[in-house]
Design a protein around this ligand. Sequence first.
Ligand SMILES: [Zn+2]
Length: 103
Amino acid sequence: MTTVIARNEGHYNVHKLPYAKNYVWCPRCVLVECDCGQRLVLTPFNGECKCGRDHTTLVREELAARGSEEGIYIPWRDEYRTWLEGEQRHSEHDHWLEWRSIE
Ligand SMILES: [Zn+2]
């Protein structure tokens, strides 16, 4: 029996680089224990276990149970993206000022 262990809402992972921050979008995913005993992190786009079992339907149903992604998450995401762009522009400006003061 395939068991759903955990669900993960979509979020941004922040990777800090020396001169910038990199925001990587992590899609919503589900942690599943397959019949074969493997624990897998699956997304609606990658729902297959190494043993060949396809859990895509299960993953989609699990994520759909949390509500439609359209209408709830996309407006928020656009707003967040605009904010991120502003933040990135701001930090570039700060770095430019730092470079100026070194010279
Ligand atoms: Zn399996």
